[in-house]
Design a protein around this ligand. Structure first.
Ligand code: BGC
Length: 522
């Protein structure tokens, strides 16, 4: 049984389309590839998929630079493929969330091309954020000191002297959300995809749409702070109230989840007012180190943040933007097997928490971050803009290994090189290899997800903390007790009958870097 509406306790699987499965043999993942592998997601036991952008795009930022919001990039398929995917997803009993990128377009979007060709002060320019440089003889300094999140200044100058804002890469000009045509266009885009049957949206850079009208300098403050001029300006909430009305106009529990980074719970809660977004990402777990006290603190804070809103919390360990958690948990020491052991234990924590869990493709295979990609293969604008100073996010975006013993490991047809090289050692990590091994990460994910499904109807939406040794964390939700031991030494388990453990128990002792689910009565 699921809690209603579906997304309140859903497990959502993030599909990074370009790296999931290559259906047309060009070395990049695509919608046909996703369709062909829906059985994997059904067998895994997730409730929904979130597709990263598949729209026409020059891929300056992996598709988060959209040139046409109503189409499918030919590399990824066609609108017919999309419609067939929606039908197949639903036939598999799954839901579909798609990414929407409203903060910026691609510099190849017809609006930006028109803006570049139009004179300063024209309505075409007003859809973006064009400004003169700082006062001075030539205005050769950018209008303010805002940095791009990918490094370097957030402004680029056109030959006619005006500067345009891009909080990310140069190829991602920021839209001006004070312009009514931008607002109505996006409401129309939402309807376009809702009419095609999507169940929801993941809103990229959701807090950044409206900038402070003063465009004041950050003057040394972190650009992400909500008290600053860029993120979580009060006017952004008007946009989501209107989006909510659009979503509510459709049946079937359509939803929206915002990618919102805030520096405080009050700010987060504002997005979750009953007439705004259904969910926001809470990145607390992803940011926490491997430590019981750190986990306890972030869980407490995350629950407290959503409590006044009535919204369900969300949890995430990895995404296409972060170092894979198996590898994070290995650092700084790299002891063989420790990352995998901890990743299994973290899954039991994630799935025992109230609310919904967002998984990232490949974590069910225990994939590590690929840290030794050749420089020439790297594509992330973070890598490019830092001139190789920062590794960027390609290492978590390496295509999935499905089968076989050599590249491309069933990702695409034999002999076709994937867009990022795949490590030779991945033969033992393929879906095929793991599916037949009861001790694999994949088998463990399937078992844990199946068990959560069986239990979920009986789990209350809150949790009760139990006393635990310093290195451990214990809590109870009705019939389920979670015990997680982040230390090196075994700890005594709380009461209950073991249902699922990540490592063998010694009597009633839980080893270090391990977790258990226990069945509790009464
Ligand atoms: C996405 C990133 C992207 C950035 C700019 C982020 O929130 O998750 O992958 O680079 O937005 O669109």
């Amino acid at each position: 049984m699921t809690v209603s509406p579906w997304w309140r306790d859903a497990v959502v699987y993030e599909v990074y389309v370009r790296s999931f499965a290559d259906g047309n043999g060009d070395g990049e993942g695509d919608l046909r590839g996703v369709r062909s592998r829906l059985g994997h997601l059904r067998d895994l036991g997730v409730d929904a998929l979130w597709l990263t952008p598949f729209y026409p795009s020059p891929l300056a930022d992996g598709g988060y630079d959209v040139a046409d919001y109503r189409g499918v990039d030919p590399r990824f398929g066609t609108l017919d493929d999309f419609d067939a995917l929606v039908a197949d997803v639903h036939a598999h009993g799954l839901r579909l969330i798609i990414d929407i990128v409203p903060n910026h377009t691609s510099d190849r979007h017809p609006w930006f091309r028109e803006a570049v060709g139009a004179p300063p002060g024209s309505p075409a320019r007003d859809r973006y954020i064009f400004r003169r440089g700082r006062p001075g003889p030539d205005g050769e300094d950018p209008p303010n000191d805002w940095p791009s999140a990918f490094g370097g200044p957030a402004w680029t100058r056109l030959p006619d002297g005006e500067w345009y804002l891009h909080l990310f890469a140069t190829e991602q000009p920021d839209l001006n959300w004070r312009d009514p045509t931008v607002r109505s266009e996006f409401e129309d885009i939402l309807r376009f995809w809702l009419d095609r049957g999507v169940d929801g949206f993941r809103i990229d850079v959701a807090a950044g749409l409206v900038k402070d009208a003063s465009f004041r300098d950050l003057a040394g403050r972190d650009h992400r702070v909500v008290s600053g001029p860029i993120y979580s300006r009060p006017e952004v909430h008007e946009i989501y109230r209107r989006w909510r009305r659009v979503l509510d106009g459709y049946g079937g529990d359509r939803m929206a989840i915002g990618e919102v980074w805030t520096d405080g719970p009050e700010e987060l809660a504002r997005y979750l007012r009953p007439d705004e977004l259904h969910q926001v990402f809470q990145f607390d777990l992803q940011l926490a180190p491997w430590s019981a006290s750190a986990f306890r603190e972030v869980v407490l804070a995350a629950l407290a943040a959503v409590a006044p809103t009535g919204a369900a919390p969300t949890w995430v360990l990895s995404s296409h933007d972060s170092v894979r958690h198996r590898t994070r948990y290995e650092r700084p020491l790299s002891m063989p097997g420790v990352g995998t052991a901890r990743a299994k234990a973290a899954l039991l924590l994630l799935l025992a928490l109230p609310g919904s869990a967002y998984l990232y493709q490949g974590e069910e295979l225990g994939l590590p971050e690929v840290t030794d990609l050749p420089d020439g293969a790297r594509q992330d604008p973070i890598w490019k803009r830092s001139r190789g100073g920062l590794p960027g996010r390609d290492g978590c975006r390496v295509p999935l290994p499905w089968s076989g013993t050599e590249e491309p490991f069933g990702f695409g047809p034999p002999g076709v090189r994937p867009w990022l090289p795949m490590p030779a050692g991945w033969a033992s990590l393929t879906v095929e290899a793991q599916a037949s091994d009861p001790s694999s990460m994949l088998a463990f994910y399937r078992e844990a997800l199946a068990m959560r499904r069986t239990l979920r109807g009986d789990l209350p939406e809150d949790l009760t903390w139990l006393d635990a040794p310093e290195t451990a964390l214990f809590f109870r939700r009705g019939p389920l007790t979670l015990a997680l031991n982040c230390g090196d030494h075994p700890v005594r388990l709380p009461p209950g009958r073991p249902l699922l453990t990540t490592a063998p128990l010694y009597g009633d002792l839980l080893p270090g870097d391990a977790a258990a689910w226990l069945r509790t009565r009464g």
